[in-house]
Design a protein around this ligand. Structure first.
Ligand SMILES: [Zn+2]
Length: 66
């Protein structure tokens, strides 16, 4: 169901992030409701990011490799 909605699925990579699972849907600061995903950085740090941030590439890693 996640892949149908967003084109994002577990195992998909965005920069250093790998999608682990769907977490929840929530409104962003702009009031847009987006799916939020648990992702894991190559270094092992996991974090929850929304689909828009992942797609935009503005956060390519947890900050471990700048
Ligand atoms: Zn990292």
């Amino acid at each position: 169901m996640l892949a149908e909605k967003t084109g994002v699925f577990p195992g998909k990579k965005f920069g250093k992030w790998t999608v682990i699972e769907f977490s929840y849907s929530a409104a962003t600061e702009e009031g847009e409701v987006l799916p939020h995903l648990r992702v894991a950085c190559e270094c092992g740090t996991s974090k929850i990011l929304n689909v828009k941030v992942l797609r935009s590439g503005e956060m390519e890693s947890c900050g471990c490799s700048v």
